[in-house]
Design a protein around this ligand. Structure first.
Ligand code: UD1
Length: 381
């Protein structure tokens, strides 16, 4: 039996871990034993536990209880605690997802004590090192032994940084195995798409009709923490909602909730609060967000995961960032980058309203990425 320690911490990682955990339980039960470590980076029920419950992920074997903090203190706490777990568990591999501080801590802790790291969602780059996630991804990729890229762009980025896709086993962090396998989040969208809609009552609860609303999410620190940027985005959402009489549904990340109070001017805050069309709701569960994504007419987001899910469900997406790692979405015409620019956001809304449906070529794999990853773990152990 191959023991792997899976480290998760933030909401999107819990979602990605669901796909791997499902593949382990259904197809590799006799070969892989998974020990789940939750760093506690996200801890509110609606940022964490609800995803375990809905997606059938086993309870974590460890919860490190890190909570919130500055990058340095949060990462340092996790690094120390993860090292303790790894020394106790002695796994064959540590599995990490994406690019959060939990990913960074896991990669450094494991690599320093010579436990091979498996990085799922490897190779993504924004080419913007002011994003904490860009640093986290680069460190994790360069300490990994097995790297799994969700897109061709991810694979090409790794090759550009000197990774060799034709390395032969045995793989090590100096001779890493690089595999292009598709996106585990796409696995989830196929598996959970219909189930989510049948289990969620969010459309009724919010009195929404299919194709009759826009879904928005905002949580990136460079949007929430910079008053001009946060105001520009909210001004656009308010104007789109009001001028088009369209409901804009915004499930609110706790960071954004806090920063709106600090960073929006009183007038804008009052307009938003009194708007009937700008609907601010608590963070959505996985079934609810999936249902919203499947039924909206358009998505506006600064989240990487929500950009992709919009694409999986064939919805145009307005990207509230200066760039994206998911370049295929923009290249296909299904996504427009507007940054936090009120005018550009409104123009992009009008553009997608005025044109027909964009194309959504299949660029995220075949829905079996997690099984492929488990297969490689078994082969390479
Ligand atoms: C983190 C990830 C980001 C990912 C996002 C998904 C890093 C550097 N960033 O950003 O890549 O896209 O998760 O949501 O790891 N908070 C709560 N309750 C919670 C969690 C957070 O109130 O359960 C609040 C706290 O005020 C906290 C703030 O949100 O300080 C930010 O949380 P944090 O985990 O530091 O970063 P995210 O913005 O969530």
């Amino acid at each position: 039996m191959i023991k792997v320690v899976t480290i998760i911490g933030a909401r999107p990682q819990i979602i990605k871990a669901a796909a791997l955990s499902r593949a382990v339980r259904t197809k590799f039960a006799g070969q892989i034993k998974e020990v789940i470590v939750h760093t506690g980076q996200h801890y509110d029920k609606n940022m964490s536990k609800v995803f375990f419950d809905e997606m059938g992920i086993p309870e974590p074997d460890y919860n490190l209880g890190v909570g919130s903090g500055s990058h340095g203190s949060q990462t340092a706490f996790m690094l120390q605690k993860i090292e303790d777990v790894l020394i106790t568990e002695k796994p064959a591999f540590v599995v990490l997802f994406g690019d959060t501080n939990s990913t960074l801590a896991g990669s450094v802790a494991a690599a320093k004590i010579h436990i091979p790291v498996v990085h799922i969602e490897a190779g993504l780059r924004s080419f913007n090192k002011s994003m904490p996630e860009e640093i986290n991804r680069i460190v994790c990729d360069h300490t990994s032994t097995l790297l799994f890229t969700p897109t061709r762009a991810g694979l090409n980025n790794l090759i550009r940084e000197g990774f060799k896709p034709h390395n032969k086993p045995p793989y090590t962090s100096d001779n890493p195995g690089v595999f292009h396998c598709g996106d585990v989040m796409y696995d989830n969208s196929l598996y959970f798409g219909d189930m989510a809609e049948s289990k969620s009552d969010i459309l009724d609860k919010l009195n929404l009709t299919s194709d009759g609303f826009v879904l928005a999410t905002i949580h990136r620190d460079n949007n929430t923490d910079i008053p001009e940027r946060l105001s520009a985005i909210f001004e656009a959402l308010y104007r789109i909602a009001t001028e088009n009489e369209i409901d804009v549904v915004l499930p609110l990340h706790p960071r954004t909730a806090k920063m709106m109070k600090l960073n929006l001017n009183a007038d804008l805050y009052k307009k938003i609060e009194s708007s009937h069309h700008l609907m601010i709701v608590p963070p959505a569960s996985f079934f609810d967000i999936t249902t919203l994504e499947k039924n909206c007419k358009m998505v506006m987001t600064d989240s990487g995961g929500v950009q992709k899910e919009a694409y999986f469900f064939k919805k145009p997406v307005i990207i509230l960032r200066p760039e994206t790692e998911w370049v295929e979405i923009v290249e296909s015409g299904a996504g427009k980058i507007t940054d936090a620019d009120t005018k550009k956001i409104i123009e992009a809304y009008n553009y997608f309203e005025g044109t027909g449906m964009p194309e959504f070529p299949p660029v995220f794999g075949d829905g079996k990425a997690a099984e492929f990853i488990c297969g490689e773990i078994v082969k390479d152990s």
